[in-house]
Design a protein around this ligand. Structure first.
Ligand SMILES: NC(=O)C1=CN([C@@H]2O[C@H](COP(=O)(O)OP(=O)(O)OC[C@H]3O[C@@H](n4cnc5c(N)ncnc54)[C@H](OP(=O)(O)O)[C@@H]3O)[C@@H](O)[C@H]2O)C=CC1
Ligand SMILES: Cc1cn([C@H]2C[C@H](O)[C@@H](COP(=O)(O)OP(=O)(O)O[C@H]3O[C@@H](C)C(=O)[C@@H](O)[C@H]3O)O2)c(=O)[nH]c1=O
Ligand SMILES: [Mg+2]
Length: 316
């Protein structure tokens, strides 16, 4: 199977590339020849690459920046997604569109299902929701996959931000009243491969198409996620800091974030046979991967920026 994935070095793109092997070919397309913001029709590019499935993973993902950079966020996340989906339809390939828990307002008291009404409270969420609609209009041969709190050993994510901040701080204040589910890009890529395989194997099966929620299982808060990151990092001699739980109201940001955005994963388990592990288990795997890369080890070996010393001091 050949997957064409959009975005050059995004977390999901890289995780898919890592899975490439005999059964799976992964071709990443990105700027400049594939630019979701430039409103260029990618039909000819897709035609040339002859994918079995297209994964639109490219997006404007800077949540706070999107509040002030609305034209770009909308161009990429909405119009761009529509262009990619129309091109997919023209070449007869299914498209898997990535979307987000931030399409919800977070006021629910239980995990959101695919039937629950959306009501984004920030512009990133609005632009991604408009992207879902654009894909739906362009082709019925789609899967819209809403996920949340994605992290990976590489790229821009909360895990790496926390480890970096722990490099020069003993304490980090982290929001403890926003609930959701951290999701490993590695697990997400495995699931995408499975879903793509199902779409190819059953080109006319409607139950495999449409809207699905997919995250690791369980839930926590950003503070809970940070605490687990540091516990696992400390166990490997990596950077760690004390997490000071705070209210979101004490951490002002340009964009509001949902208070509860856990997603119910029952539908994709039923239709595609995909079920992801508990978020802590997934985090272990990513931490192992991270600990084996040079950056993490360098930090330990050089004793810089003293994560190890801090840890030793605490043990004494
Ligand atoms: N990160 C998260 O927490 C979550 C992400 N999602 C969704 O999952 C998908 C994948 O996210 P993730 O892998 O984390 O994304 P990243 O933030 O890691 O990467 C974004 C990707 O989008 C590409 N990109 C940005 N602008 C353009 C453009 N104008 N034209 C072409 N490519 C562009 C970037 O390209 P380049 O490599 O060239 O910089 C990069 O590859 C996105 O649709 C996102 O909305 C959903 C829920 C949570
Ligand atoms: C860096 C930092 C953040 N925070 C808070 C701010 C915010 O409420 C929360 C998460 O902040 P971030 O900016 O890392 O995460 P954010 O960009 O909101 O992450 C979102 O990205 C998009 C792309 C998605 O689709 C969502 O699913 C979600 O993953 O943590 C702290 O409390 N302390 C800190 O030191
Ligand atoms: Mg962010």
């Amino acid at each position: 199977m050949r997957i064409v994935v959009t975005g050059r070095s995004g977390q999901v793109t890289r995780a898919l590339q890592d899975r490439a092997g005999e059964q799976l070919e992964v071709v990443a397309v990105g700027r400049p020849e594939f630019d979701l913001g430039a409103q260029l029709d990618p039909t000819a590019l897709f035609e040339r690459l002859r994918p079995d499935v297209i994964v639109n993973a490219a997006a404007y993902t800077a949540v706070d920046k999107a509040e002030d950079d609305r034209d770009a966020a909308l161009a990429i996340n909405s119009f761009g997604a529509g262009l990619a989906a129309r091109a997919a339809a023209r070449i007869g390939a299914p498209i898997i569109q990535l979307s987000t828990d931030y399409v919800f307002d977070g006021a629910a008291s239980r995990p959101y299902t695919e039937d629950d009404p959306t009501a984004p409270i920030n512009f990133y969420g609005r632009s991604k929701l408009a992207g879902e609609a654009a894909v739906r209009v362009a082709t019925s041969n789609h899967v819209i996959l809403r996920t949340s709190w994605v992290y990976a050993p590489e790229g821009h994510n909360f895990l790496r931000t926390m480890l970096r901040l722990a490099g020069d701080r003993d304490e980090i204040r982290v929001v403890a009243d926003q609930h959701g589910t951290p999701t490993s890009a590695l697990d997400l890529a495995a699931a995408i491969e499975r879903v793509a395989g199902n779409l190819v194997a059953h080109p006319d099966e409607p139950s495999l198409r449409g809207l699905f929620h997919l995250t690791n299982s369980g839930a926590t808060t950003w503070a809970g996620f940070a605490a687990e990151i540091f516990a696992m990092s400390a166990a490997r001699g990596g950077p760690c800091a004390r997490v000071i739980p705070i209210a979101a109201s004490d951490y002002p940001t340009p964009a509001r974030r949902p208070m509860r955005s856990q997603l119910d994963n029952a539908k994709i388990a039923q239709s595609h046979g995909v079920r992801l592990s508990d978020w802590r288990e997934a985090l272990q795997t990513v931490m192992e991967r991270l600990a084996s890369n040079s950056e993490f080890n360098l930090c330990i070996r050089a004793g810089l920026p003293q994560p190890f010393e801090k840890l030793e001091a605490r043990k004494r």
